[in-house]
Design a protein around this ligand. Structure first.
Ligand code: UDP
Ligand code: MN
Length: 636
C-alpha cells in the first residue's frame, strides 16, 4: 500500500512534518521561557531535594523537547533532500515523524491487529502487546544489542518514580547532620544512553546535594556511537545545571569491569566512593545509611540491597533481604541472612555478609589501603570474591545495609561476552591461588580442572602475594571458620572428573534429567552435569559440586532391589542407611559395599548404553583425575 502511493505520501508527510515543527518551535520556546522564569530562583547552593526533583523534571522535559525539535528538524531536512530516495529510507523516516503525521499517513490503511513477529523472544513474553510490526522489529533489534528493553527505556521519563522498597522502620531512622562527602562512580560498556541518564538522574535526585561531590562515568571502551558525542552533550548539559558534578573517563581499550572500577576510584576525590553499574536507579534514602555507617567505621565495605529492574517491563521487583555469597566456582549468589542478625530483632541493622556482588561503597582511602580492585581480573567475574576475601582476611568487614536500596537492571544477556564462564573460570583460579591456601583445590574441583597444568593462564599474582604479606592477612581457613562456615570443603577426595567405562569411552556418567534422580550414560561433554567426585569414604558425588553445610551433594546409590542406580542427597541417604558406599580403584570395578552389586553399562533397545546394577561382569572404569597419591600407590 505504502509503496504505491509513495510520492503523495511523501508530500503530505513533508507538509505535516514542517507544520508540526513550527508548532514545536513555539511550544519549546514557551517551555524555555517557563523554565527561565521559574527556574532562576535556583541559587548558589543546591536546592533541597524536593525542589531538585521539580527542577530535574523541568530539565528532563526541556531536554526531551529540545531533542525532539532537533530530530524533527533533521527529519524535515532529510525529507527535503531525499524525496527520490529508496523506499526503505522513506518508510523509516515516516516512522520517525511526529505522532500526528504518522497517524495521518497510516490512516490510509485499515487498522489491523499487529502480528506478533517474535513470539519466542524473551522481550515479548510479558511486553509489547499491540505494538506495530516496525516497532516490534526496532524493539527486538535493540533488545538483542543491549540485553534489555532499550525501546521502552527510551520512552520512560528519566526521572521516573520507583516504589520505595524499604521496610517502614527505615523511615524512622535519623542520621548525623554532618556526613562524609560522596563520589558516585558509574562504569559501563555499551549500555543504552537513556539507561545511563536515568542512573545519573536518580543519583542527583535521591542523594542529599550537600554530600554529592561528583559523579564519575567510566566508559570501558564502548563502541556504541550514542555514548560518544551525544553523551558528552548530556554531560555538558548536566554540568550547566550542577557545575563540575559530572566527569567522564574513557578507556582507550577494553579493560574489564575490575579495571573500570579502579579507574573511577583513582579519579575520585570524596571521602566515600560508591561504585555502581550504570544500569541502576538508586532509591530514596539510599545514601545516608551508607555514609553514616562508613563514618562510624572506615573499614567496612558496604553493599546496598538490590531490587530487580526487569529487563523487559522495567518494573521494579522487590527482593527480600539476603547476604551476598558464592559457591566453589565463585559464582555469586544470595544466601539467607544469619540467625545472629535475626536475633537482634532490628530490621534496620547492618548484616554481616561473606561477600559483595560487585556494587560497593567504601571509605575511599581504606579501599586504597587494602589494594582497591584487582586490575588483573579480566572481563567479568571473580573480582567481587577476590575483594571480599581480601577485605575479610586483611582486617576489614563487609555488610549489607537493609535501608539502602538500589534498583539494578538484570539483563537477559550480556552485550560484551557470550560465555561468561570462560573469564570467570580464569579469574576464579586467580582468586584461589592468591587467597585460598590449602583449600584452593576446591575451586579446581568445582571447575573440573587438573590441579597441575590446568592450561589456564591466570596472570601474575606476585603483587597480590606481596600485598598479602604486607597487610599481614589472615588465612582462608580463618575466613571459612569465622566468616563463611556454610562452605564445606571436601577433605577426603581421591578422584574426580569424567567417569568412563572401558566399553565405550565416548560416553560419561551423567547426573541425568533435572528434575529427577536417575543417573545415565551420555555423550561426554564439558558441562558440570558430568562432574563426578569419589571420596576416600566411598561416596560418589554426581553432578555440579555443592560442598556446602546446608545443601547436599547427590550420592550415587544402589536402591537394593532395582536394576537402575539412583541419586540421593548424601546426608539423608547416610542417615537412612541407603547403599551409597562403593569400592573403586582407578581402572577397576565399581562395587557397592553393601549389596556387592557392580555399576556397569549395557546396551538398551535404542542402541545407547544405559547404567545397570548387576552381578559383576568384570567391567572397569576410569575417573579423569586422581587426587594426591591415590591411583599411583593403590592407596585405599
Ligand atoms: N562492564 C565494564 N567492562 C566490561 C564488562 C562490564 O565496564 O568488560 C560494566 C557493565 O557495563 C556494567 C558493570 O560492568 O555496568 C557490571 O557488569 P554487568 O552488569 O554485566 O554484570 P552483572 O551486574 O550482571 O553481574
Ligand atoms: Mn549489572
Amino acid at each position: 500500500m505504502l509503496r504505491r502511493s509513495l510520492p503523495q505520501v511523501l508530500c503530505l508527510g513533508l507538509i505535516l512534518v514542517l507544520a508540526a515543527n513550527l508548532l514545536l518551535v513555539f511550544h519549546t520556546k514557551e517551555t524555555v521561557q517557563n523554565l527561565i522564569r521559574d527556574g532562576l530562583h535556583k541559587e548558589t547552593h543546591r536546592p533541597p531535594s524536593e525542589r531538585d526533583e521539580t527542577m530535574m523534571n523541568r530539565l528532563s522535559h526541556l531536554e526531551v523537547a529540545v531533542q525532539q525539535l532537533k530530530e524533527n528538524m533533521k527529519l524535515a531536512m532529510k525529507q527535503q533532500a531525499n524525496v527520490g530516495d529508496t523506499l526503505m529510507r522513506v518508510e523509516d523516516e515516516i516512522h520517525l515523524a511526529p505522532k500526528a503525521v504518522q497517524g495521518n499517513v497510516v490512516k490510509t490503511n485499515k487498522p489491523q491487529p499487529p502480528k506478533k513477529l517474535f513470539s519466542t523472544s524473551a522481550l515479548f513474553r510479558q511486553w509489547g502487546e499491540g505494538l506495530a510490526e516496525a516497532e516490534q522489529r526496532k524493539a527486538q533489534d535493540l533488545f538483542q544489542r543491549f540485553g534489555y528493553n532499550v525501546y521502552l527505556s527510551n520512552q520512560l521519563p528519566l526521572n521516573r518514580s520507583i516504589p520505595d522498597t524499604r521496610d517502614s522502620r527505615c523511615l524512622q531512622k535519623t542520621y548525623p547532620a554532618q556526613l562524609p562527602s560522596l563520589s558516585v562512580i558509574l562504569i559501563f560498556v555499551d549500555e543504552a544512553l537513556s539507561v545511563i541518564q536515568r542512573a545519573i538522574t536518580s543519583v542527583i535526585n535521591r542523594t542529599p546535594p550537600q554530600v554529592l561531590k561528583e559523579i564519575i562515568l567510566v566508559d570501558d571502551f564502548s563502541s556504541n556511537g550514542e555514548l560518544k558525542v551525544p553523551l558528552d552533550e548530556k554531560i555538558e548539559f548536566y554540568n550547566k545545571m550542577y557545575p563540575g558534578l559530572l566527569k567522564i573517563i574513557r578507556h582507550a581499550k577494553r579493560k574489564g569491569l575490575a579495571h573500570a572500577r579502579n579507574t573511577g576510584w583513582e579519579a575520585a576525590r570524596a571521602d566515600v566512593v560508591v561504585i555502581l553499574d550504570a544500569h541502576v536507579e538508586v532509591n530514596v534514602g539510599w545514601a545516608e545509611p551508607i555514609l553514616a555507617r562508613i563514618q562510624e567505621d572506615r573499614t567496612v565495605i558496604i553493599s546496598p540491597v538490590f531490587d530487580n529492574i526487569c529487563f523487559d517491563t522495567f518494573k521494579l521487583l522487590k527482593y527480600e533481604l539476603a547476604v551476598d555469597g558464592f559457591n566453589w566456582e565463585l559464582w555469586c549468589r544470595y544466601d539467607p541472612v544469619p540467625q545472629t542478625w535475626i536475633a537482634l530483632d532490628d530490621v534496620t541493622a547492618p548484616v554481616r555478609s561473606p561477600s559483595i556482588m560487585g556494587i560497593l561503597a567504601a571509605n575511599r582511602l581504606f579501599l586504597g589501603e587494602i589494594g582497591a580492585l584487582d586490575d588483573g581480573m579480566l572481563v567479568y567475574g571473580g573480582e567481587n570474591v577476590e575483594l571480599s576475601l581480601r577485605v575479610w582476611q586483611c582486617g576489614g568487614k563487609i555488610e549489607v545495609l537493609p535501608c539502602s536500596r538500589v534498583g539494578h537492571l538484570e539483563r537477559h544477556h550480556k552485550p560484551y561476552a557470550l560465555d561468561l564462564s570462560l573469564s570467570l573460570k580464569r579469574n576464579a583460579l586467580r582468586v584461589a591461588e592468591t587467597w585460598m591456601d590449602e583449600y584452593k583445590y576446591m575451586v579446581y574441583l568445582a571447575w573440573n580442572l587438573p590441579l597441575q597444568n590446568s592450561g589456564i593462564d591466570y596472570g601474575d599474582i606476585s603483587s597480590k602475594r606481596v600485598l598479602r604479606e604486607n597487610l599481614k592477612c589472615k588465612t582462608f581457613d580463618w575466613y571459612l571458620k569465622n566468616v563463611y562456615p556454610a562452605l564445606k570443603p571436601i577433605l577426603n577426595i581421591v578422584g574426580y572428573g569424567r567417569m568412563k567405562n572401558s566399553l565405550d569411552k565416548g560416553v560419561c556418567l551423567d547426573r541425568g534429567p533435572v528434575p529427577g534422580n536417575t543417573p545415565i550414560m551420555y555423550a561426554c561433554h564439558e558441562f558440570s552435569s558430568q562432574n563426578v567426585y569419589y571420596l576416600l569414604t566411598g561416596e560418589f558425588y554426581v553432578g555440579p559440586l555443592v560442598a556446602e553445610v546446608l545443601r547436599d551433594d547427590l550420592c550415587l546409590t544402589d536402591p537394593g532391589h532395582r536394576e537402575k542406580p539412583t541419586l540421593e542427597k548424601c546426608s539423608n541417604a547416610a542417615q537412612n542407611k541407603l547403599h551409597i558406599y562403593w569400592d573403586f580403584k582407578q581402572g577397576g570395578a565399581v562395587i557397592n559395599r553393601d549389596t556387592q552389586r557392580c555399576l556397569e553399562i549395557r546396551r538398551e533397545p535404542s542402541g545407547a548404553y544405559g547404567l545397570v546394577l548387576q552381578t559383576c561382569m568384570a567391567q572397569v572404569w576410569e575417573i579423569q583425575y586422581t587426587f594426591g597419591a591415590w591411583g599411583q600407590t593403590n592407596a585405599l
